[in-house]
Design a protein. Structure first.
Length: 319
C-alpha cells in the first residue's frame, strides 16, 4: 500500500491466501495491494493511462483472474504522491484521475469480487463504485500500521465501526460553488437532498436494533435514553448519535444538529443501555438581531440514529 511503512505485510488464510500491503515498485510495476492466491501484482497505473488509448492493449494487461478476490487501493493520497513523482501537469492529473476509475471498471469486468479501499481525507466521486462494487472500505490516512489495519478488516479479524465525519454528495451540482461560504444547502445540517453517503454513516459486519427508553428533561440537561441490541452474528461497535431539531425561530436554522454520540461495544446477542446527555446551554444559537446567544423556547425534537439519515426514533419535548 502506498506510503505506509515500506515493509511487506502478509497474512495467510487456509495456508495459501495472502494479503500484501507493501508499497513498492517491482519490475517497474506499481503494486497497490492485493489479496491473491499467487504473487500477482496489479497493472501499473501509468501504463494503464497509456493503455486506455488502445483497447487491445488493455486486454493484454496483467489483471486478476476470476478465481481471485482483490482489494484495489485508490484515493487522493495516491494521486498526490503520483504527481510528486511524475509531475504536476494538469492534463496528466486528469488522465490519472480518469485511470483510477477506468482501472476499477476493468478489474470489475474480470472479477466482480473486488473491494475498493479509499485512501483519502475527504469525500470522493464514487457513484459507480457504490452501484457496482460489492464493498468499499474507507481507510482515510491510516499511518504506518494502515496495511495491518486494512488486512484485519478485510479478513474479518476486526469488525469496523467507523463513521463518516462529512457528507458524500451525488454530484457537485447538488451543492453551492466551492467559493460560496454560505452554509445554505451544504453539510448534513442544511442539505435537503438525499446524499450518497450521509454524515455519520458507517457499516458493520453485524446488525443492531434500537429501542427508545424515553427523553427526560432535568434542570440543566436533557437525557436521551435507549437500548441498543446486537442482533447479528458478530461482536461489534455501534456509534449511537443524537440529533436535535430546533423549534421555529424565524431565522435560518439547521434541519438537524448533532448534539451527542456514544460508541458502545456489544457482544452478539446482547443489549446495552445507553444514555446521552445534552446540556441545555448547548442548545443556544447566535441571534444576529439581538447580537447575543439565545436558547429558543418551544418544541425540540430529539432524534436517535445510526447516522444523520438513519434515524431510529424521535421524541418531541417542550423547553
Amino acid at each position: 500500500m502506498w506510503g505506509f511503512d515500506g515493509i511487506e505485510h502478509k497474512k495467510t488464510v487456509d495456508g495459501n491466501t495472502t494479503f500484501d500491503g507493501e508499497a513498492a515498485m517491482i519490475d517497474d510495476t506499481f503494486m497497490v495491494g492485493k489479496i491473491s492466491v499467487k504473487n500477482h501484482p496489479f497493472v501499473d497505473h501509468f501504463k494503464f493511462v497509456k493503455a486506455l488509448e488502445d483497447e487491445n492493449t488493455v486486454a493484454k494487461q496483467t489483471i486478476p483472474s476470476p478465481g481471485q478476490f482483490y482489494a484495489y487501493f485508490t484515493g487522493t493520497q495516491l494521486l498526490e504522491d503520483t504527481l510528486k513523482i511524475y509531475g504536476t501537469e494538469e492534463a496528466f492529473a486528469e488522465d490519472v484521475i480518469k485511470a483510477y476509475g477506468e482501472f476499477i471498471k476493468e478489474l470489475y469486468k474480470v472479477n466482480p469480487n473486488t473491494v475498493v479501499v479509499l485512501v483519502a481525507g475527504s469525500s470522493m466521486a464514487v457513484n459507480w463504485m457504490d452501484e457496482n462494487v460489492p464493498a468499499i472500505l474507507n481507510a482515510w490516512y491510516p499511518g504506518e500500521q494502515g496495511g495491518n489495519a486494512v488486512a484485519e478488516v478485510l479478513f474479518g479479524d476486526y469488525n469496523p465501526g467507523g463513521r463518516l465525519p462529512l457528507t458524500y454528495y451525488n454530484s457537485l451540482d447538488e451543492i453551492p460553488a466551492f467559493d460560496n461560504y454560505s452554509v445554505k444547502g451544504r453539510t448534513y445540517q442544511y442539505f435537503e437532498g438525499q446524499p450518497l453517503y450521509e454524515f455519520g454513516y458507517g457499516l458493520s459486519y453485524t446488525k443492531f436494533r434500537y429501542k427508545s427508553k424515553g427523553v427526560n428533561v432535568e434542570q440543566d440537561t436533557v437525557k436521551v435514553s435507549f437500548e441498543v441490541s446486537n442482533t447479528g452474528k458478530y461482536d461489534g461497535d455501534e456509534v449511537a448519535q443524537v440529533y436535535v431539531k430546533y423549534p421555529e425561530t424565524g431565522t435560518y436554522m439547521p434541519l438537524k444538529q448533532l448534539h451527542g454520540f456514544k460508541r458502545v461495544h456489544i457482544k452478539k446477542g446482547k443489549t446495552s443501555k445507553v444514555t446521552i446527555g445534552v446540556p441545555k446551554k448547548d442548545l443556544r444559537y447566535w441571534d444576529e438581531q439581538e447580537r447575543k446567544f439565545v436558547t429558543p423556547k418551544g418544541e425540540y425534537t430529539f432524534m436517535v440514529g445510526a447516522s444523520s439519515e438513519d434515524i431510529k426514533f424521535r421524541e418531541t419535548v417542550g423547553l
